[in-house]
Design a protein around this ligand. Structure first.
Ligand code: ISJ
Length: 287
């Protein structure tokens, strides 16, 4: 989809993790008003902050930085309770032994790099040095004790020969907090809601319907994931099942805990209020 003058520019994370929410979306929402822009999370975070994208998935951390400008769709997220399989720290020595070492972070992420800092600094009491690089594990590990990858970069490396120990940050978070972790949220810039209230409601309905359809009927999506990224159908069934696309009270409670720690450690400037978009405020006018 590409339009010269779309009413709404919607972001899309270019990782397989968001596929269920987008897989059936084009057929449900095939109207010229909508344009989709696919990028890595850190680029979407920036585009949303600048207003060159109106809505869509961003790093939950980025919402924490801009919560006064955005609201969130109430039932969409990329979350996990325990293993997430695509937020992975690769390291040669056990985690405890590298928490004061050098850790390389990927330039693609915002949520997971701060999650890693919370885990290493708050839970393990470490104080590593960090640097940031493009997500290429061999390059990252040249002078490092550990390297973080997210999304399909993490998935593909997890399939290679086991040269490194792997720590799944979703699992670490659940182990230390007993909570859910939400990595991506669907944010909308507030002024866009004022401009296109009915369209925002229609887009929400289409995303939710796509999520439902992909859950009920995952086979063709899984076949495409296999063709495009690799792996087996079993892998992708397990992957999509470990992720949760809801944003209910338990996911929000986990995210609030993450924001609290991020604030306490000085990664966020103020306490975060999770403001939700409310469907019943929509009065339909012919747009
Ligand atoms: C589950 C994942 O979460 C992603 C991690 C993000 C981050 O670290 O900022 C942002 C969006 C999510 O898609 C993943 O990368 O696979």
């Amino acid at each position: 989809m590409s339009n010269l003058d779309p009413k709404i520019r919607i972001g899309r994370i270019n990782y397989t993790n968001v596929w269920p929410i987008y897989y059936y979306f084009p057929q449900l929402m095939n109207i010229p008003e909508v344009d989709i822009i696919e990028q890595v999370p850190s680029s979407l975070n920036k585009a949303m902050a600048e207003g060159s994208i109106d809505m869509g998935p961003i790093s939950s951390f980025s919402f924490g930085e801009h919560f006064e400008e955005y609201v969130l769709y109430p039932d969409l997220s990329v979350s996990a309770f325990g293993e997430v399989n695509s937020i992975l720290l690769f390291h040669e020595k056990p985690l405890r032994e590298i928490v004061n070492g050098h850790i390389v972070l990927p330039s693609t992420s915002a949520t997971s790099i701060n999650l890693l800092k919370i885990i290493v600094e708050k839970f393990y009491g470490g104080k590593p040095t960090y640097s940031t690089q493009k997500p290429n594990l061999d390059e990252m590990m040249k002078n490092a004790d550990g390297a973080l990858l997210i999304g399909d970069d993490a998935i593909k490396e997890s399939w290679r020969d086991p040269r490194y120990m792997i720590t799944d940050l979703g699992q670490e978070w659940a182990k230390w907090t007993g909570q859910w972790m939400t990595f991506a949220v669907w944010a909308i810039r507030k002024e866009v809601i004022r401009k296109h209230p009915a369209l925002i409601a229609d887009i929400y309905a289409a995303f939710k319907k796509s999520k439902e359809m992909a859950h009920a009927n995952p086979d063709s999506m899984i076949r495409e994931a296999q063709e495009k990224v690799g792996g087996t159908p079993q892998y992708w069934h397990h992957y999509f099942h470990s992720l949760c696309y809801d944003f209910a009270a338990e996911q929000r409670a986990g995210l609030s805990k993450y924001y609290q720690y991020a604030y306490e450690l000085g990664f966020l400037p103020k306490p975060v209020n999770i403001g939700l978009w409310e469907e019943n405020n929509v009065t339909r006018v012919t747009e």
